[in-house]
Write a new protein. Sequence first.
Length: 158
Amino acid sequence: MDSILSPWRFEYVSTATQKPGCVFCNALAHSDDPDSLILYRADHNFVILNRYPYNNGHIMIAPYQHVSNPVNVAPIVLEEMMQLFQRGIQALTAAYNPQGFNMGMNLGKCAGAGVEEHYHLHIVPRWNGDTSFMSTLAETRVIPEDFAVTMNKLKPLF
Ligand SMILES: [Zn+2]
C-alpha cells in the first residue's frame, strides 16, 4: 500500500527518519494512549491509528516486540494479530460502513515499508471514489477527520 502515489506521505517519511527510535516503541512507551493514537492494547499486539492515514479509519496492528519480520515471533503473536484484524474490520464497519478494505504488510524498504524494523499490519477502509483517487489524480487530499474524533468512534468498538 505504501507504493500508492500519495504526496502527503513525504512528511511521514521525512519525520520518521529524523526522530530517534522506533515510532511504534515510542508510542507504546508513551503514558497517554489517546495522545499516542493507541486504540487498544491486547496481550501481544496493539492497535494504533496511522498518523498519516490514507483514509479516515486507517489503523495498524503491531506486536509489542520490536521485530522486523513476522517469521521471528511465536505463532500466538500472529494468531492474536489475526483476531485483532477481525475486530478491526468489525469496528471499522460499525463506525464508517466502508465499501471495501485494503489490508497488508510491507516487509523491507524495497517493499515500501515506512518503519521496516517493527512490522505492522495496515487496515485501510475504502469507498468508491475515495481519497487515493483524489490524491493521485488531483494532488488533493481529502482532509481526514480529527484523530480525537476517530479515537472516540473506534475505541469503544475494540
Ligand atoms: Zn519498535
